[in-house]
Design a protein around this ligand. Structure first.
Ligand code: ADP
Ligand code: MG
Length: 694
């Protein structure tokens, strides 16, 4: 661990990446693969066979004995089933075999992955197919092959398939716009993503003593400690030695796997940290984020820590999110969200900006729904970053530009008349302007948009599907209009001006936490979907169905299946939390409080005989009993409420949200009161102080 590591040497050393392929494949095989990823042409079986053979030899050299098709089912995490390379040979020997067929296609027994009703039992099998645009890698003795997962009828059963479809769509429509600006070279545009990951680390032994953490990933109970994060002494603070060891190990493992882990620091809450990678194409970024989360969990265990990826492990301190930085980059590396230096570059930038603003305004609900989950409900709209209302922060400079276009007024420079798009140069828009608005859910940060509503445990796939598809739709509409224009400059000016005028309401640079903003947003007609239960009905609105089917991201059945899975997953999560709450109340919390109050009462009897005053004991015992009685009653009520869950899943979501979640809050209030009144030596599990300030 303390040995010096040579990062360039280890970086990607466990990945079957482009340079390994170039080195190990015949040139014509390598070129066929390149052609396949550049143009989407199919891989011939002989090519697949050659690649499989080279991959196998390389993987065995790296110590692999097995291979696995690694996929991302709609649970939002990844799945794998390992097959060894062995195949029987004469004389009781074995050969190490791996064919092109096994590389390209797999058939995991997948009947228990959620399908949202897409798979009838008679066709329960799912298939996996190699995604040749993502690199295979070796980890813990297995060759991991990134794959898509789909049903017998070809319906997407995973997160990767729609992501790949959306990546193609946004590329296609963006290239149309570039052509209008005279770019004849760009063949592909890459949706670029950098996902910052927040997480908590706790000592394993403390974690193990908390049933709620073990079963639900968050604390269902726990009185607030005397100290929270108010001193702000953790953010960017010195990192604990044990955590430093974990982080070094984590980085090394991620680098070996080709993950561009770049930044690490302490976050706002005690025990909270963040890892940020360098951005890459959206597909790789999504795979890398899944790997990061897995490696974090395993690596933590090695260091006697537990990594919590839940959105809200602790009440009263910050939750964890994921910042999804998103932009569009040409195949020659030009960032299309960089304000340019020439009038024409600026005009092009304004087209992309206008398309983004229009898209987010029109499809704010869709974007919001991609991050709806039971865990994320504790963050979005719950007095914590960011709010549930989708809006865009542009910063002062860019907002001034937008306003001058909309109002036809002078821009900041009083000498200058109306800003004419495509003729005038925009003022340079500095990166990191003003102090960046941390309360905004979607901020322009110089040359990219940072979407901050994602929950820490969620896959980034759905969000990027939404961003890509929305952008593809708007750019497509713009291209239709501009391609037919007689006077391009005039049409451009009219389009940008009209679009910004119509969709200006989504821009908001103020404090996103304030009540004034909630009222203002309502006046502007923006939606405020502050719970999963409120979100899910709008997920499958006709507008969203039209969008995703038009672009071939989902067919209607696939899209409805996702909705169904969202509903089911919400209900299951809340149900587990409710049952765990009851269990802890009856088996741990009440017994502890009762044992203490019994001892108090014994003491009172003894003191009474001696005529010694015992007001404190009496008062304490009285309060413990009163709160305990209420807690027990609410527990029974919860139990009976849980037996009345509506059969229809949509109704069930509303019921879980309205009845069960608030019932759990009531249990918590009393349980936390008991914790505060009970002698610590009776208390059955580590408290917030124990956990957060170990
Ligand atoms: P922060 O202050 O939020 O940490 P950074 O500039 O460090 O901002 O960037 C955060 C993330 O954004 C990193 O993952 C980084 O690689 C990514 N990023 C930077 N530029 C782009 C871009 N053009 N497109 C997408 N992601 C980007
Ligand atoms: Mg950030």
């Amino acid at each position: 661990m303390n040995s010096i590591i040579n990062i360039p040497e280890i970086f990607g050393s466990d990945v079957f990446n482009e340079s390994v392929m170039k080195e190990r494949l015949q040139p014509e095989i390598y070129n066929s693969w390149k052609d396949c990823i550049a143009n989407g042409s199919p891989l011939e079986l002989n090519v697949a066979n050659e690649i499989a053979e080279a991959m196998k030899i390389w993987a065995i050299e790296k110590g692999a004995t097995h291979y696995t098709h690694w996929f991302q089912p709609m649970t939002g995490i990844t799945a794998e089933k390992h097959d060894s390379f062995i195949s029987p040979a004469p004389d009781g020997q074995v050969l190490m075999e791996f064919s092109g067929k096994s590389l390209v296609r797999g058939e995991p027994d997948a009947s228990s992955f959620p399908s949202g009703g897409l798979r009838a039992t008679f066709e329960a099998r799912g298939y996996t197919a190699w995604d040749p645009t993502a690199f295979a890698f070796v980890r813990e003795g297995s060759l991991y092959i990134p794959t898509c997962f789909f049903s017998y009828t070809g319906a997407a059963l995973d997160m990767k398939t729609p992501l790949l479809r959306s990546i193609d769509e946004v590329s296609r429509e963006t290239v149309r716009i570039l052509r209008l600006f005279g770019d004849t070279q760009t063949k592909r545009v890459i949706a670029s993503v950098g996902a910052e990951q927040e997480y908590f680390l706790l000592p394993k032994d403390l974690y193990a003593q908390r049933e709620d953490l073990r079963l639900t990933g968050r604390t269902l109970f726990g009185a607030l400690p005397p100290k929270g994060q108010e001193l702000e002494d953790h953010y960017f603070g010195t990192i604990r030695t044990r955590v430093v060891g974990f982080m070094q190990d984590l980085d090394e493992q991620l680098w070996r796997l080709g993950v561009l882990s770049k930044t690490k620091h302490n976050e706002a809450a005690p025990c909270q940290h963040e890892l940020a990678p360098i951005y890459s194409d959206a597909n790789s970024a999504c795979d890398a984020n899944q790997l990061t989360m897995q490696v974090m969990k395993k690596c933590a265990a090695k260091h006697n820590l537990v990594c919590l990826l839940h959105e809200k492990p602790f009440a009263g301190v910050n939750g964890s999110g994921k910042h999804n930085n998103w932009s569009l980059t040409t195949d020659s590396g030009r960032n299309l969200f960089s304000p340019g230096k020439t009038p024409s570059q600026n005009a092009q930038f304004l087209v992309f900006l206008a398309a983004f603003i229009k898209g987010i305004d029109e499809y704010q609900d869709f974007l919001r729904c991609t991050v709806a989950s039971a865990g994320n409900d504790h963050r979005l709209g719950a007095n914590e970053a960011p709010p549930a209302i989708v809006s865009i922060f542009l910063g002062d400079e860019l907002t001034a530009v937008v306003e001058s276009i909309v109002n036809g007024t002078n821009y900041t420079d009083p000498e200058k008349s109306l800003l004419r798009i495509g003729v005038d140069v925009l003022p340079s828009i500095p990166k990191d302007t003003t102090d960046r608005n941390r309360t905004s859910p979607l901020a322009f940060t110089g040359n990219k948009f940072e979407f901050r509503m994602l929950g820490s445990s969620q896959s980034i796939a759905d969000t990027n599907v939404a961003l890509n598809t929305i952008m593809a739709e708007e750019l497509g509409q713009f291209a239709d209009e501009l391609e037919n224009a007689e006077d391009f400059d005039a049409a451009l000016q009219a389009l940008v001006c009209r679009t910004l005028t119509e969709h200006q309401r989504i821009i908001f640079n103020g404090n996103g936490y304030s009540d004034e903003w909630k009222a203002e947003a309502q006046r502007r007609g923006l939606s405020n979907l502050n719970s999963t239960a409120k979100c899910l009905p709008s997920y499958i609105s006709q507008k969203n169905i039209d969008l995703v089917t038009k672009h071939g991201i989902f067919n209607e059945a696939e899209f409805r299946a996702r909705h169904e899975i969202h509903l089911e997953s919400y209900c299951k999560n809340i149900n587990i939390e409710a049952l765990t709450s009851i269990d802890m109340v009856l088996h741990q919390i009440l017994p502890a409080a009762m044992a203490y109050s019994k001892d108090l009462c014994d003491g009172i009897l003894a003191k009474d005989q001696l005529g010694i005053s015992c007001k404190a004991e009496r008062s304490l015992a009285g309060r413990l009993s009163e709160i305990g009685d209420r807690l027990y009653q609410n527990c029974e009520k919860m139990r009976s409420n849980l037996s009345g869950i509506p059969a229809n899943t949509e109704d069930a979501v509303a019921y879980y949200h309205d009845v069960i979640v608030s019932g759990m809050e009531a249990l918590r209030t009393d349980a936390d009161l008991l914790e505060q009144l009970t002698d610590k030596k009776y208390w059955p599990y580590p408290t917030y102080s124990d956990l957060l300030f170990y």
